[in-house]
Design a protein around this ligand. Structure first.
Ligand SMILES: [Zn+2]
Length: 168
């Protein structure tokens, strides 16, 4: 999945999560979701974050391969525990969720993800789309529409704008 799809699909799920739970849809929450949804591809030098990783992506890819360790639920669990232990800000919650959504989104691709690495190297998938194909575009546009709908229906955009002045 391309980075913009990861961002929009994750924001859409993140908005739904905020609409139906006590999670606040603030600027820092959405910033967390966006960054979390991009970070797992740090293992691919050609990805959006990979190209901005000062060569780190090459090292991670060399060591573990693309869609390797950074796409594991085990690794996510460890990162989530550390991040939430350090801070329970809305940014942290957004980050932890965005990272999880990224793994879920790649799980729906034909390439799949090693969900249980390092316990298992098996790749799990529920193949819905291939990177950049028609189905991914469909996911992108329908998530965008759904995001606007949920945001409007639950006054999330209003909450978001308000957070710009109070959420520091
Ligand atoms: Zn990925």
């Amino acid at each position: 999945m391309r980075y913009h799809s990861h961002v929009i699909v994750s924001l859409c799920i993140g908005a739904a999560a905020a609409a139906y739970t006590a999670l606040p849809f603030t600027a820092s929450y959405t910033a967390g979701v966006v960054i979390g949804s991009l970070l797992p591809d740090i293992d691919e030098p050609k990805s959006y974050v990979g190209r901005r990783s000062f060569g780190m992506a090459n090292k991670v890819k060399e060591a573990f391969g693309h869609r390797g360790m950074t796409h594991s639920l085990v690794v996510w669990g460890v990162i989530a525990a550390i991040v939430l232990f350090e801070s329970s800000s809305s940014f942290s919650f957004g980050f932890v969720l965005g990272y999880l959504f990224h793994i879920l989104e790649d799980f729906l691709s034909v390439q799949g993800v090693p969900l249980l690495w390092p316990l298992q190297t098996k790749r799990y998938k529920l193949p819905l789309y291939r990177t950049g194909n028609f189905v991914e575009k469909l996911l992108f546009y329908s998530s965008f529409a759904l995001l606007v709908y949920i945001g409007n229906e639950h006054q999330l955009f209003y909450e978001w704008m308000k957070s710009l002045s109070f959420d520091r």
